[in-house]
Design a protein around this ligand. Structure first.
Ligand SMILES: Cc1cc2nc3c(=O)[nH]c(=O)nc-3n(C[C@H](O)[C@H](O)[C@H](O)COP(=O)(O)OP(=O)(O)OC[C@H]3O[C@@H](n4cnc5c(N)ncnc54)[C@H](O)[C@@H]3O)c2cc1C
Length: 454
């Protein structure tokens, strides 16, 4: 599931392509560092050749945030945990470690990340750079779990930043878009391993919207999926099991047996849903009915499991996605307008809408900066038209000052983004200090951050 360099037959140069197929690039050079010294050398060599540099994660951003025509740094040879203190929970890992590998290693140490998104294919640095988040009204995105970062800067030097050491660089680099340097290592504050009680059940979307604040407050990790032609939402409530539950003998459901995990996560949610999507793509007029069928087929599931086995599910059906963080209190308005807009679209929508929540944080370019957020993610099956849908969605969230996920499709530029992020210009100032020549630039960064020399 890592980014997919492939041979380009005509040009003879390796092409980089993202997971969704929404971005491609032809780097002038590839480099696969296996040590911090090799990362520094690659950055210095790029400077000597007058080339820009982008570190690659797993290619799971839908935007061209990772794309480069300069040097592509494939970080897949720079992985693993290098230090762990099980008493404090502080763990340092190399930046190219995938979340999947990290979760497995942490589990072996009796530790876990406090919150995660839906998948674990991303690299640690790749996930942080775009502000990847999960759900939970009392928890921020993944970057809020970071205690310190080690960065290779544009001049090839290595710096560490944390709340007490270069705090401005730390406030910028935790969600740094790959614009400030190559992250070499990340120190995370982990928590002791925990189990989650997962409760997934259909509920009317009207009822979910009415109870939204209570549901967000009452559950550690609350989210819902809603097929936009249906009336039912699938509500997921994931709550932490404490030692108490075991001591008091509170009855909790067991983990799903392997056959059921396979049947539900792989066969139904990937193979079955993928077949419906292909049918919808071949016969678009059937899509609203297929969508209602998927909505009616939602069923109840309760189980317990290790945290990351509940947070993460396999996503094999490919799609395009846009996601915005909106002020929590605007969620009802956004969903109501989306509900009105979808049936009027020329091209029908095959995929569900996903709604999650997060606490406010203090990271300059985090979508959660300074406000409690609801995240609204819209998707369309790969190969089906999505532009009209995504444009309509953007006009709805614009009215409530929505902030786009940096790794998901959006059309905003620096002019608009400056008005959405109070620390936008401070981020640009720090960037100009640590990367005066725009060594880590690309076209996407020019669009969202403005020209480097301004
Ligand atoms: C199926 C799917 C499910 C998803 N689920 C979620 C979800 O639940 N929540 C959510 O918030 N997002 C989600 N995303 C989006 C995803 O988490 C982000 O786009 C993430 O940034 C992808 O990580 P990656 O490792 O693929 O990084 P890439 O997309 O490859 O790169 C992202 C950025 O990180 C930079 N980068 C990578 N490594 C380094 C480094 N060492 N130093 C400096 N910069 C670096 C790249 O240059 C680029 O700017 C999902 C995406 C997909 C395809």
């Amino acid at each position: 599931m890592r980014s997919q360099p492939s041979a380009h037959p005509s040009a003879g140069r390796r092409v980089w392509r993202n997971w969704a197929g929404t971005a491609t690039a032809t780097p002038a050079r590839w480099s696969r560092p296996r040590s911090e010294a090799e990362i520094c050398a690659a950055v210095k060599d790029a400077a000597a050749a007058g080339l820009t540099v982008r570190a690659l994660g797993s290619g799971h951003s839908f935007t061209a945030v990772a794309a480069t025509s300069g040097v592509a740094l494939d970080m897949s040879g720079w992985t693993g945990i290098t230090a762990a203190d099980t008493a404090s929970g502080l763990v340092t890992a190399r930046s190219g470690t995938t979340l999947r590998a990290l979760n497995a290693e942490l589990s072996g140490l009796g530790l876990a990340m406090a919150n995660l998104g839906d998948i674990d294919a991303q690299t640690l640095a790749g996930a942080l750079c775009t502000g990847t988040h999960g759900t939970g009204a009392r928890l921020g995105g993944l970057a809020t779990q970071v205690e310190a970062l080690e960065l290779v800067l544009a001049d090839g030097s290595v710096v560490t930043c944390s709340a007490s050491c270069r705090p401005e660089l730390f406030a910028a680099a935790r969600v740094g878009l790959g614009a400030l340097g190559v992250i070499s290592a990340v120190t995370l504050r982990c928590v002791p391993s925990f189990r989650l009680l997962a409760d997934e059940r259909p509920q009317s979307v009207d009822e979910v919207l009415e109870q939204f604040d209570e549901l967000a407050a009452a559950n550690d990790h609350f989210e819902f999926y809603w097929f936009p032609y249906g009336r039912q939402a699938l509500v997921k409530r994931n709550n932490r099991l404490t030692g108490h539950d075991a001591v008091l003998g509170t009855p909790v459901p067991p983990a799903l047996p392997a056959w059921r995990r396979f049947w539900e996560f792989e066969v139904t949610e990937n193979v079955g849903f993928g077949a419906l999507c292909r049918l919808g793509r071949a016969r678009p007029r059937l899509i609203p009915a297929l969508n209602r069928f998927s909505s009616a087929a939602l069923s109840t599931r309760t189980y317990t499991d290790t945290s990351h086995r509940v947070f993460v599910t396999p996503r094999r059906v490919r799609f395009a996605e846009s996601e915005y963080a909106v002020p929590r209190e605007s969620l009802g308005q956004v969903i109501t307008e989306l509900r009105r807009a979808v049936p009027r679209l020329h091209d029908p929508v095959m995929f569900p809408v996903e709604v999650r929540v997060a606490a406010a944080d203090d990271i300059w370019l985090s979508t959660g900066y300074g406000r409690e957020s609801a995240y609204v993610a819209i998707h369309q099956y790969t190969g089906l038209p999505y532009q009209e849908y995504f444009d309509r969605f953007e006009s709805i969230v614009a009215a409530v000052d929505g902030r786009p996920h940096w790794g998901k499709l959006h059309s905003l530029d620096s002019g608009r983004l400056r008005s959405l992020y109070p620390r936008f210009d401070e981020f640009r100032r720090v960037r100009a200090e640590v990367d005066p020549d725009g060594r880590f630039g690309n076209a996407y960064l020019t669009r969202i951050l403005g020209r480097h020399d301004l």
